[in-house]
Design a protein around this ligand. Structure first.
Ligand code: GCU
Length: 694
């Protein structure tokens, strides 16, 4: 098998104990739906593929017509997959062990040598099949019945793929894995062969929706020739239960030259969107919905024409409503032209989302979901949870994560997001003095919302590794697992992923787990500490150290570093007031420097470099020490990886080795750039004599 990475964690490589396991799994497969567009049909094919690869066992898949005739066949058994209704239609007992199934959930019923994979819907049946195969591929045959339901209904990926981009064809914004799998030269690609391969990966971890173009959207997305292309994409994803959706440009009717306004209250604008939406649903009857970035970073939106964000969002919601579609409306709204750091101590981009959505809770139509980046700024190495999650009690919300590592090393530095994402999902916002975990808010549990969930910027491209690095794919796997169940173990997920991707060698599993769990703290150490953000080049690439660019920029990503002090004063009285956007208990904690955790100190407070942390170090000495510690650890990665040569696929090993060697060197660049910058600014030497005059 050529193990280039295309199959990622779905290689179905032969397991060491396959001889034994082969006899423990059923000898026939029945898929209770024989329509090729059905995820149940896909499940049957996938199970057969898995049995052949994992167990070297050839099994024919038969369909409904033969279902009744296959009862239990002695010890060979039957594996049957379908929905609750399909089982009933085939006159089969549907025994769920008294468990409840919700949409997309499944029950795997095991009795003797018979296995029934029962989905609440078609998609659920496919998820059950993938879950069963996941166990097999790790060398285990499930022997007891179990039920699994998703934590939240929305589990989507977002693609920032450009339809047109003024030059470079097929580009993906903040993508580091090659050209778009969807577009080329202003159109949907002729060759879409990577699309079903990708949808298969998404389905295997329970992802049910994909927005297929950049939030900085091109107006041509709603032109018939593009919609016809998207229909082909949707047709390829449908057998995997992945519904597509699209990002829209708010000013589309004007930009296309159809109307001279895009006012959401104007009847011709309303008619325009209704007609286009109806046309789109003729081609893609199961379109998931729209994603809207409006009034942000120069993108058009309702605010420029004195309409509210709710009026803007509802325009699309109303057009989608008859078709069952959802509007994901982004909370990433801020005005990058109005921020002035030197003149206004209280100016703060972090305040924007709560301010712009103030007074709008409850004003959105039922099929609008507010999509909120995990932190108030922009995918930084560490941010507090966005306070907006606490303000929407009558509006469903979703968290926006990034699988692509925009500020986190762009797939050249190893990253594993589990603990970063958990730091936000597990955060308790204490709304109304009661436990209000972010994961409970977005799942709809805290405020009783029927919608809500997860979106992640994917960043995959045509590269054989999808993301541009083999290890980076652990984050796509992780994302699906966490959107299904945010309580999965960080270590457990990476171990599973490693076994599925690289095989069973225990040294490989241990080393990948250890390095992955160290990845985030290591990167934080040599990039930006104490909540100062990723001290990268903020002006363009978002790559490599550039602490000087972190002040005076129009993007409002500031550190307010001067010769004797650093940090954003976000306190209520003296600062930007941001801390006051949280519910009282949390506001108090962050407003008070004594109770602010060290790792967010400089996010909330402006202090002298000599300020002493809870850890006993001064801020500046912490910078020096952390940068050395982080870089030192990154420099251990190549030798630890070296020890795995010959214990896994050689190509994957050597391509990853290349990354680690690069990272080790680049971590030194980061260390010295940051340490020297703050030494030059503060003139305070390193106590250990590593930085500055000695
Ligand atoms: C970041 C990112 C942009 C993106 C924006 C967004 O600023 O760098 O490329 O367009 O976020 O999320 O809308």
């Amino acid at each position: 098998v050529a193990e280039t990475g295309i199959d990622a964690w779905l290689r179905y490589a032969r397991v060491p104990n396959c001889g034994k396991l082969r006899h423990e799994v059923p000898g026939r497969i029945v898929a209770l739906n024989n329509s090729e567009a059905s995820p149940v049909y896909t499940a049957g094919q996938e199970l057969a593929l898995g049995f052949a690869g994992i167990l070297d066992k050839d099994v024919q898949v038969s369909d409904t017509s033969s279902a009744k005739h296959h009862g239990s066949h002695g010890h060979s058994g039957t594996l049957m997959v379908g929905t609750v209704d399909q089982f009933a239609d085939a006159s089969m007992d549907v025994d769920l062990d008294d468990d409840e199934l919700i949409a997309d959930g499944y029950h795997i019923s095991i009795s003797g040598s018979d296995v029934h994979i029962i989905g609440e819907n078609d998609r659920g049946a496919l998820y059950g099949a993938f879950n069963y195969l996941n166990a097999l591929a790790q060398g285990n045959v499930p022997s007891e019945s179990y039920t699994s339901n998703p934590d939240a209904p929305i589990r989507w990926v977002n693609h920032w793929d450009n339809l047109q981009d003024g030059g470079t064809h097929g580009s993906v914004e903040r993508g580091y894995g090659g050209e778009s799998i969807f577009y080329w030269d202003g159109s949907v690609r002729e060759d879409l062969s990577r699309v079903p391969q990708y949808a298969r990966l998404l389905a295997s971890v329970g992802i049910n929706g994909a927005i297929v173009n950049n939030v900085n959207a091109n107006e041509s997305m709603v032109e018939p020739y593009i919609v016809q292309g998207l229909q082909r994409v949707a047709d390829l994803m449908r057998p995997y239960g992945v519904q597509i959706g699209m990002s829209l440009n708010f000013a589309t009717p004007e930009l296309l030259g159809v109307l001279d306004t895009y006012d959401p209250l104007n009847q011709s604008v309303i008619d325009f969107w209704n007609q286009r939406t109806d046309m789109i649903y003729e081609h893609i009857p199961d379109l998931a919905g729209y994603l809207i970035k409006a009034s942000s970073e120069g993108q058009p939106g309702p605010l420029a024409i004195n309409r509210t964000l709710a009026e803007g969002a509802n325009l699309f919601a109303k057009a989608l409503q008859p078709h069952g579609g959802i509007t994901m409306f982004r909370a990433f709204v801020y005005d990058s032209t109005s921020l002035n750091e030197t003149e206004d101590w209280r100016a703060d981009r972090a305040n924007a989302a709560v301010e712009f959505f103030d007074g709008l809770d409850g004003k959105f139509d039922d099929n609008v979901v507010i999509q909120i980046k995990y932190g108030p700024i922009d995918f930084q190495v560490r941010e507090p949870a966005s306070p907006l999650f606490a303000h929407l009690k009558n509006t469903p919300s979703a968290i926006e994560l990034q699988v692509t590592q925009e500020y986190l090393g762009q797939q050249d530095h190893v990253m594993y997001f589990a603990d970063l994402w958990k730091s936000v999902l597990d955060f308790d916002l204490r709304v109304d003095g009661e436990q209000s975990l972010v994961k409970d808010i977005i799942a709809g549990r805290r405020f009783n919302q029927p919608l809500g969930g997860y979106a992640a910027v994917s960043g995959i491209g045509l590269n054989q590794t999808w993301l541009g690095s083999h290890l980076a794919m652990s984050n796509l796997y992780l994302y699906g697992q966490m959107a299904w169940n945010p309580d999965v173990s960080s270590a457990g997920v990476i171990e599973d992923w490693t076994r599925l991707t690289f095989g069973f060698n225990q040294d490989v599993i241990d080393t990948v787990r250890e390095i992955s769990l160290e990845a985030w703290p290591t990167y934080e150490n040599y990039t930006g500490n104490l909540g100062i953000q990723t001290l990268t080049d903020i002006l363009n690439a978002h790559y490599g150290p550039n602490p000087a660019s972190q002040d005076g920029n129009p993007w409002g990503q500031w550190t307010r570093a001067d010769t004797f002090s650093i940090g954003m004063d976000r306190t209520i009285e003296n600062g930007t007031g941001f801390a006051g956007q949280y519910p009282p208990e949390v506001a108090q904690m962050y407003d008070n420097i004594e109770t602010t955790p060290d790792d967010l100190l400089l996010w909330f407070h402006h202090v002298p470099y000599t300020y002493v942390l809870n850890s006993g170090e001064t801020v500046i000495q912490h910078f020096y020490n952390a940068h050395y510690a982080g870089s030192e650890n990154a420099q251990t990665f190549p030798e630890r990886w070296q020890a795995l040569q010959g214990k896994m696929d050689q190509q994957q090993w050597s391509e990853t080795m290349h990354k680690f060697v690069y990272q080790a060197g680049h971590s030194i660049v980061w260390r010295d750039a940051i340490n020297n910058f703050y030494y030059n600014l503060s003139d305070i030497p390193d106590e250990l004599g590593r930085v500055g005059h000695h």
